[in-house]
Each structure stands twice: as structure tokens, then as C-alpha cells.
Design a protein around this ligand. Structure first.
Ligand code: GDP
Ligand code: IMO
Ligand code: MG
Length: 423
């Protein structure tokens, strides 16, 4: 049985949490494969809004097992908070939430290192969520990291101490002004580790292999988005993992020839939170309207998201890198009321028209070239079927399908689970 993927195609926050929740009824297993609590995946149903950071977005469904894969980095402190917030939902975490022994741990000092690194960068800062993601993946690839499985072995506290001491020396080296009380942070960390240890730690690659051979249906849930990929994103303004399809293979131990559908998710416009290039960014009333109507504030940090028109050059690139087989367009409802909808179909790059993402995508080098389409007036949020959607929205969808050569299977018209139109 193949493993399906669900991935963000822009700079994150496309609505992955909502769609995974919608699709979970069709799957036996939902598995997160990369990233950590830098993610904020929002789900809404029955009037409740919930934000998940590390726990996969299938957790509210009794039919599915949720796995935190080896490619994920876990902060026990944030994980415990997530578990606590889910307390009232009567979820059997012991059987429904399994953690890979090979997933790496975010230590309190990783978070401090993140803050020190950003402070030292000054204006050139990445705009990190400050969750310790970069430093933790650095320790992973530097072969110094601590893994979930270490918590089952003797001597893990000594290993922790040695790594934390090294981090403290590194923080001092940055020579920046950050205040912290490591004793307090460690108490919180060790307490959260005890909570984590009540869950099942598994060899997730083996678990998933067995599940596949038994015909179980598996959906891999991505975090962040393709343009934040460590290799293919707008480096260095990216996150520290492979957010693209290949990341699901390494982040779960699934072979490339076992990947089935690749579901790519994008907003009907574009947003970005944090620093870095964003060619179609708007600084006018239209951008302000998208942010306000779309309630564009980071689910993890609360920072306002930068907004702009859809960038087809970037989206085509993401579709290609991931081998997307079907698309989902989110937040179409936010564009209701715009007289004209613009779509960037090419870039003017240093005076030349190009249709690919250049190495040097800094705003001063790239000016978007737009096609203009008719907007729609109608409120979409109560619509339930594709044939209710306005004609001009159909034209927008068909134009995108033509350009991307991939069908748009879902149009989302609101944050709630039910506000989802299948085509
Ligand atoms: P994720 O990180 O990809 O899971 O996305 P986030 O949860 O960070 O951000 C998406 C935001 O848009 C959340 O606040 C969702 O509740 C909301 N959302 C998702 N789909 C829609 C939609 O179709 N319309 C509107 N208006 N909001 C949506
Ligand atoms: P979800 O899964 C949007 C951004 C940060 C910053 C850069 C690096 O909710 O879509 P990091 O903390 O990884 O060192 O930050 O990446 N970023 C996200 N932006 N959605 C996310 O996750 C993000 N995770 C990280 O804002 O620019
Ligand atoms: Mg998010």
C-alpha cells in the first residue's frame, strides 16, 4: 500500500492542519515527517479552534494512529503543553500517539542558541520562531544530538549535561545580551520528559513498513512549506529540514517507490512570516485586506503574516520539486470582494522576462509580471458544492489548473472542517 503525502507549497501556513483533519477519515495512520514546534497547524470543528505544533493533525479522529516520525524534532516542554491542551478531548494517547525513537530532542539550550544566533545576526536575522529548530538539526547533522530513544538508556542525563554545557559555552561565544535561568528551564524540561516517557516510543520505520504490508492507509503530514525547504527554499531564509516530498522518505523511512498521491496545498494568494524574499508581497490596501480578512497572524508566534498575490512561478517550481499529483486551494473566501485578482505568471529579472525561480531571488532583482482576472463578489463561506461557486472563481481555478497541469481537487472556503468543497 502506497503512502500519500500532504505538503505545503508556499511559505507555510497554507492550511495543512485543516486538510489533514478533513482527510483523516480515509486513513489508518497520520505521520508527521519533519520540522518541530515551529509549525502551527490549525483545526476548527464544532465551534472549537485548535492549534497543534508537533502532534499530527489526525489526533481528533478515533480511527487513526498518529506518528511523530524520525525526521521531526521534539521539544518535550511544548509537547507536554500540547498534550495538556488536548486533555478534555478524551484521547487515548498511549495507543493513538506513537513517537519514533530516532526523533531528535530539542533541549532548552537549543532554544537559547536560536535566540543568540538571531540576535547576533541583527538585521539579517532569519525571523526564526525561536523554537530551537536550527540548533537542533545542526546537532543532528553534526552527530551530537540526543534522540527520543536515548531516554530509554542509562546515562541519558549525563549525555544531556555534556551537551547543555557545550551549548552554554557556545551561547557565551555569541556575546549577545540574552537573559535566562537555565536551572528553571531544566526543571521544566526534565518534568516534561517524564510526561513524554509515558507515551509509546517505537521504531517507526519498522512500524510503517509492517503497516504498509498489511494494507494500512498512511498519510504523511508535512510542516512548513516548499519555499522554506533547506535545499530548495529561499536560502538562508528557510527552516532547517527538507519540507519537500523527499523529506517524507528520509523523515519516515518510506522508500521513494512507495509514495502514492502527493497532495499539494496552497492559498489562493500568498503569505510569508519571518524574513526573506517574497516577490509578490503587497504593501498597499490589497495586502492589508488579505491580512485582515484572512486573519493572517502566525499560529505559533502571533506575528502578522506578510501578504501578496499568488506567485505561479514559485508554485510551478514547488509542484515540480514535489511531483504534486493533486492540488488543494485554500482561503478562496478571503478574496471575495476584490474587483480584480492578480496572478504572477513571470518575473522580470534584471530586465529579462523569466519563468523560473532564480538563484538570486532578492526583491531588488525580481519584479513580478501579473495577469489580471475578474474577481467575485459573493460570500463563499456557506457554499457546499463546486457548482455553487461563482463563474469567475471557476475561471480562476481553471486558469491555475491549466498553468500547473495538476487538478485542483479541493477548494476551501473557510477555516471549519465543513467548509471544504470537493471537485
Ligand atoms: P498550516 O500551518 O498549514 O496548518 O496552516 P495554519 O493553521 O498555520 O494557518 C492557516 C489559517 O487559515 C488557520 O487560521 C486556519 O484556521 C485558516 N484557514 C484554513 N483554511 C481556510 C479557508 O479556506 N478560509 C479561511 N478563511 N481560513 C482558513
Ligand atoms: P507551518 O507548519 C510559516 C518560518 C519562520 C522563519 C523560518 C525559519 O505552520 O506551516 P525556524 O523556526 O524554522 O528556524 O524559522 O521559517 N517558519 C514558518 N513559517 N509556517 C511554519 O510552519 C513555519 N515554520 C517556520 O517564520 O521565517
Ligand atoms: Mg502554520
Amino acid at each position: 500500500m502506497a503512502v500519500d503525502l500532504l505538503l505545503g507549497l508556499q511559505w507555510g501556513d497554507e492550511g495543512k492542519g485543516k486538510i489533514v483533519d478533513v482527510l483523516t477519515k480515509n486513513y489508518d495512520i497520520i505521520a508527521r515527517f519533519q520540522g518541530g514546534p515551529n509549525a502551527g497547524h490549525t483545526l476548527e470543528f464544532d465551534g472549537i479552534k485548535h492549534v497543534l505544533h508537533t502532534i499530527p493533525s489526525g489526533i481528533f479522529h478515533k480511527n487513526a494512529v498518529n506518528i511523530v516520525g524520525n525526521g521531526v524534532v521534539i521539544d518535550p516542554v511544548i509537547f507536554k503543553k500540547e498534550l495538556d491542551a488536548l486533555g478534555k478531548f478524551n484521547i487515548d494517547f498511549h495507543s493513538k500517539l506513537l513517537i519514533s525513537r530516532k526523533a531528535h530532542l530539542i533541549l532548552p539550550t537549543h532554544r537559547l542558541l536560536d535566540a543568540a544566533s538571531e540576535a547576533a545576526k541583527g538585521k539579517a536575522k532569519i525571523g526564526s520562531t525561536l523554537k530551537g529548530i536550527g540548533p537542533t538539526y545542526m546537532d543532528k547533522t553534526g552527530r551530537n544530538g540526543m534522540r527520543i530513544g536515548d531516554l530509554e538508556l542509562d546515562g541519558w542525563k549525563e549525555k544531556y549535561r555534556a551537551l547543555a554545557d557545550k551549548h552554554e559555552a557556545m551561547i557565551a561565544f555569541y556575546n549577545v545580551d540574552i537573559e535566562y535561568d537555565l536551572k528553571e528551564l531544566e526543571t521544566e524540561f526534565l518534568n516534561a520528559v517524564e510526561t513524554l516517557r509515558k507515551l509509546q516510543f517505537i521504531d517507526s520505520e519498522d512500524y510503517l513498513f509492517q503497516a504498509q504490508s498489511k494494507g494500512k492507509k498512511i498519510l504523511a503530514e508535512g510542516a512548513q512549506g516548499s519555499l522554506l525547504d533547506i535545499d530548495f527554499g529561499t536560502y538562508p531564509y528557510v527552516t532547517s529540514s527538507n519540507t519537500t516530498a523527499a523529506g517524507a522518505c528520509t523523515g519516515l523511512g518510506v522508500a521513494p517507490n512507495k509514495i502514492g498521491d502527493v497532495k499539494g496545498i496552497f492559498k489562493a494568494y500568498t503569505t510569508r512570516v519571518g524574513s526573506g524574499p517574497f516577490p509578490t508581497e503587497l504593501f498597499d490596501q490589497d495586502g492589508e485586506t488579505m491580512g485582515r480578512v484572512g486573519n493572517e497572524f502566525g499560529a505559533t508566534t502571533g506575528r502578522p503574516r506578510r501578504c501578496g498575490w499568488l506567485d505561479l512561478v514559485a508554485l510551478k517550481y514547488a509542484v515540480r520539486i514535489n511531483g504534486v499529483t493533486e492540488l488543494m486551494m485554500m482561503k478562496a473566501d478571503v478574496l471575495s470582494g476584490f474587483k480584480k485578482i492578480k496572478v504572477c505568471t513571470a518575473y522580470n529579472y534584471k530586465g529579462k522576462e523569466i519563468q523560473h525561480l532564480p538563484y538570486n531571488i532578492e526583491t531588488e532583482n525580481v519584479t513580478p509580471i501579473y495577469s489580471e482576472m475578474e474577481g467575485w463578489e459573493k460570500d463563499l463561506t456557506q457554499m457546499e458544492k463546486a457548482d455553487q461557486l461563482p463563474k469567475t472563481l471557476h475561471a480562476y481555478i481553471e486558469f491555475l489548473e491549466q498553468e500547473l497541469q495538476v487538478p485542483i481537487k479541493i477548494v476551501s472556503v473557510g477555516p471549519d472542517r465543513t467548509q471544504t468543497i470537493h471537485r
